[in-house]
Write a protein that binds this ligand. Structure first.
Ligand SMILES: NC(=O)c1ccc[n+]([C@@H]2O[C@H](COP(=O)([O-])OP(=O)(O)OC[C@H]3O[C@@H](n4cnc5c(N)ncnc54)[C@H](OP(=O)(O)O)[C@@H]3O)[C@@H](O)[C@H]2O)c1
Length: 334
């Protein structure tokens, strides 16, 4: 296993992180449901193969994902790095959501109980809250760090300016800074390269890539002739959560198949290896529904894509530059 520093911190995380969103399906999004025996096999295999980093969230099945993760880790629950999140809607109570001091304090205790832990290694703001002053949120996080309930703090799904504003406040107030940004990143979703990645590089946050297979699409099991394979994520979910151009995506899959054949590997491994090749990535948060999928995906730790293949994939998936990026790039040399 390869370990990378989590942003500008001394914490080393496995380059593959196991996401626990697919463990259970209760909630607003049916990403998956796994039998507990299979969850146990998946977690054990991950531990045996050097995975030291696990991601979950309070809203994944209203806490059930945190509970199942802790149950599967058993006695090893304190030997690994666990990341969880706060922000989502947990009930009809108007205060049971968002990033207020009230909700954060209540949520951290609930997550600690479900995780069977005294502290959370990485506590992440799941996404920006338009209604709570960010100063209130940052003060609450700092208090949790000082109380020892939280070791490191990070964000998820923030815009570049939201990251920059938050970190500058943390610096001015001498608070513990965000060390990570958990963001959607895959061959079909490279938007973060324009604003978020430059902000992270400048401010010392490591990027944690979520849905690196675009919810399974980039595993190669989807084809034009069979767009919704039986019992796959895209056939189960009511609407695609991630947006991309299906025509372009099928072309990409054809090219990925050719590359996979060349390396005698799976399409999923080529897709994940491309994410791994990016220096700003601290860890790739994979989601699986079976031990078989985990075994396949963990294969990426044993090999790297050649530079020419990385470049080719970069070229054929290059997103159109939004303004002011094209302007800044055009005149950067002056
Ligand atoms: N911060 C956020 O907003 C956010 C949002 C989403 C996810 N996340 C995190 O990211 C983690 C991963 O997200 P994700 O589950 O969407 O990741 P993903 O890797 O893009 O998709 C995982 C899905 O792909 C399919 N799959 C995986 N490996 C495969 C293989 N080798 N062959 C064939 N199919 C394969 C499985 O679906 P099927 O078998 O059902 O087809 C699996 O559930 C989550 O657990 C969560 O921790 C965070």
């Amino acid at each position: 296993m390869e370990y990378r520093f989590l942003g500008n911190s001394g914490l080393k995380v496995s380059v593959v992180c196991l996401g626990a969103m697919t463990f259970t399906e209760k909630g607003w999004r049916s990403a998956g449901k796994m039998d507990f025996k299979e969850i146990q096999r998946v977690v054990d295999y991950a531990l045996d193969h050097g995975v030291n980093f696990f991601d979950t969230a309070d809203i994944y099945a209203f806490g059930e994902s945190e509970e199942l993760l802790a149950k599967a880790l058993g006695k090893k629950v304190n030997d690994v790095i666990i990341a969880t999140k706060v922000r989502g809607v947990m009930s009809d109570d108007p205060n049971d959501r968002g990033l207020s001091r009230y909700h954060i304090f209540k949520s951290v205790d609930a997550s600690l109980k479900r995780l069977n832990r005294d502290y959370i290694d990485l506590y992440q703001l799941h996404w920006w809250d338009n209604y709570t002053p960010i100063e209130e949120t940052l003060q609450a996080l700092e208090d949790l760090v000082r109380q020892g309930k939280v070791r490191y703090v990070g964000i998820s799904d923030f815009a570049g300016w939201q990251i920059a504003k938050s970190v500058m406040i943390q610096r001015c107030k001498d608070y513990s800074p965000f060390i990570s940004a958990q963001m959607y990143y895959s061959l079909l979703g490279r938007d973060i390269e324009f604003e978020v990645v430059p902000a992270c590089k400048d401010l010392g946050l490591g990027v944690l890539a979520w849905s690196p297979l675009a919810g399974g699409f980039l595993s190669g099991k989807y084809t034009k002739d069979n767009p919704f394979p039986e019992d796959s994520r895209y056939s189960r979910m009511e609407r695609p959560f991630l947006r991309f151009d299906f025509e372009k995506a099928y072309f990409l899959l054809d090219e990925l198949r050719k590359i996979a054949e060349k390396y005698n590997t799976s399409v999923a491994q080529v897709s994940l290896n491309w994410v791994k090749s990016k220096g700003f990535i601290s860890s790739i948060i994979i989601g699986v529904r079976s031990l078989e999928q985990l075994k396949d995906n963990l294969g990426i730790v044993n090999w790297d894509l050649k530079e020419e293949d990385i470049q080719y994939l970069d070229e054929i998936t290059e997103p159109e530059k939004p303004y002011p990026q094209w302007f800044l790039d055009m005149f950067a040399h002056l």
